[in-house]
Design a protein around this ligand. Structure first.
Ligand code: NAD
Length: 455
């Protein structure tokens, strides 16, 4: 295990490198982003293999994960010079002959802790923003995706000097050791309970944190929709990566009028995507480990299974499953599912769906399928969530110009695109004065006349 002393040593090395000001040069950052891009391009095969070994992740889904990072790099390269420019501000009349600007400064040495479900994307996308903003970084990938963790360590070691970017592999104890060290920012992606541990460890050093957490992201389906596309998009968003996606539709809230029809389309779509025996095809991932397998099989006890339900512990397989007749009191509605199980609840009036969503902690994503503009507006006005996608699932995350992050229990802080640049920088207000004029009245001894001075 890496000891606390060793951690402090390499954090100190990074601090010394940061003090050289090299990372403050935007051309340096651009160069490092291009280097990272090349390293990822050159390691696509290794990454895909590692994701397969850890999660049985289908090649296309692995490719999609890599493309997410590459498109973030491309977008950042296109806009970085503009984002990093000092921003002029107007100064008030009593500051005449002065100029003011906001400069975007890097935070220093940042720690990025990642989860296992999209272990490449959720480690390297924040790194893109950290580099773009001019920081040094320490990465701690998840020990539950060991092959991917090792590929990340190799890529970073072979690409960057450790005084600029480094990887520390390990589990909970290593993570705790890192959290005991003083960083300039901690970017954490993971579960809500661990998020609380991270935040209290950060408080000891007054380190600011970004918490990218999970939650129960609702998927509400109105009666006015294209059933075929809706079913296809829900099934894809729910069962990609075997449901182990932080923004996967957690549960379905469907208008009673179209419920039977929609469920028939969903059944049909599952068959179209995964065939009669999803366990035999390469397009379907596996559960990460036995602990999560047992946790998920417990959730199969609620309601009435209408599709799937088959499990195989030896292969960590749980079939794409839809459960009807679920109530909001059932266990499956009390925790984030994070697996391939879709519970279905119904409503008569949209207000019931809104009330149910608002009784849950604020989710990371909210999905609403409807052609009705007024209903779309109502949902946007009456609910809260980190992000929203109307008439699709997951896709809002792929737009780099849209800030990504949670609200309330699903976390705080934003990244992707400019939001990521802002997340890893701080705004420094700078006022530059002239020597041309110096008004005497601002200095003591103050004149003893006028209302203010006579009181
Ligand atoms: P996790 O919180 O168990 O682990 C995340 C990281 O924290 C790992 O690197 C792990 O080593 C470390 N860790 C675990 N326990 C710790 C402890 N006691 N002290 C210090 N560090 C500790 O999360 P996970 O199981 O890897 O991921 C699943 C969760 O992450 C789900 O809740 C999911 O919704 C959430 N998630 C959120 C996002 C997002 O972008 N908001 C993305 C993916 C996953």
């Amino acid at each position: 295990m890496i000891t606390q002393t060793r951690i402090s040593d390499f954090v100190e090395e990074q601090r010394q490198f940061f003090q050289t000001n090299q990372t403050k040069d935007v051309d340096f950052r651009i160069d490092k982003l291009k280097t990272l891009e090349q390293a990822i391009e050159g390691n696509k095969g290794n990454i895909i293999q590692a994701l397969k070994a850890d999660l049985h992740k289908p090649g296309f889904e692995a490719y999609f994960e890599i493309m997410g990072v590459l498109s973030e790099i491309k977008y950042t390269l296109k806009h970085l010079k503009n984002w990093a420019k000092p921003q002029k501000v107007a100064t008030p009349f009593y500051q005449f002959l002065s100029s003011g600007h906001i400069s975007h400064e890097p935070l220093g040495v940042v720690l990025i802790i990642g989860p296992w479900n999209y272990p490449i994307n959720l480690m390297l996308t924040p790194l893109v923003s950290a580099i773009a903003s001019g920081n040094c970084a320490v990465l701690k990938p998840s020990e539950l995706a060991p092959h991917t963790s090792s590929v990340i360590a190799d890529i970073i070691q072979n690409t960057f000097d450790s005084s600029f970017i480094t990887v520390v592999e390990g589990g909970v104890e290593t993570s705790k050791e890192l959290l005991a060290t003083s960083f300039d920012h901690i970017f954490f992606t993971g579960g809500t309970e661990v998020g609380k541990i991270v935040m209290s460890a950060a408080a000891k050093h007054l380190t600011p944190v970004t918490l990218e957490l999970g939650g129960k992201s609702p998927c509400i389906v109105d009666d006015d929709i294209n059933l075929e596309y809706t079913a296809k998009r829900i099934v894809w968003g729910k069962f990609s990566n075997a449901g182990q996606t932080c923004t996967a539709p957690d549960y379905l809230l469907v208008n009673r009028q179209i419920k039977t029809e929609l469920l028939n389309h969903i059944k049909n779509q599952i068959k179209q995507f995964y065939g009669d025996e999803p366990s035999k095809i390469h397009s379907y991932a596996r559960i990460i480990n036995q602990r999560h397998f047992y946790r998920l099989t417990e959730l199969l006890k609620d309601g009435e299974i209408i599709v799937g339900g088959e499990t195989d512990l030896d292969n960590l397989y749980i079939a794409p499953t839809v459960i009807d007749q679920v109530s909001s009191q059932d266990k499956i509605m009390q925790e984030e599912i994070f697996g391939p199980i879709l519970p279905v609840l119904e409503y008569t009036h949209l207000s019931e769906a809104i009330n149910l969503v608002n009784k849950q902690p604020k989710p990371l994503a909210l999905y609403f399928f409807s052609k009705n503009k007024k209903h779309q507006e109502l949902i946007l006005q009456s609910t809260a969530s980190g992000g929203v996608c109307i008439n699709d699932t997951l896709m809002h995350m792929t737009v780099p110009a849209l800030p990504f992050g949670g609200v309330g229990a699903s976390g705080f802080g934003r990244y992707h695109g400019k939001a990521g640049f802002d997340n890893f920088s701080y705004q420094r207000g700078v006022l530059n004065k002239s020597f041309l004029l110096d008004l005497k009245w601002r200095y003591p001894p103050y004149k003893q006349k006028g209302r203010v001075n006579s009181q």
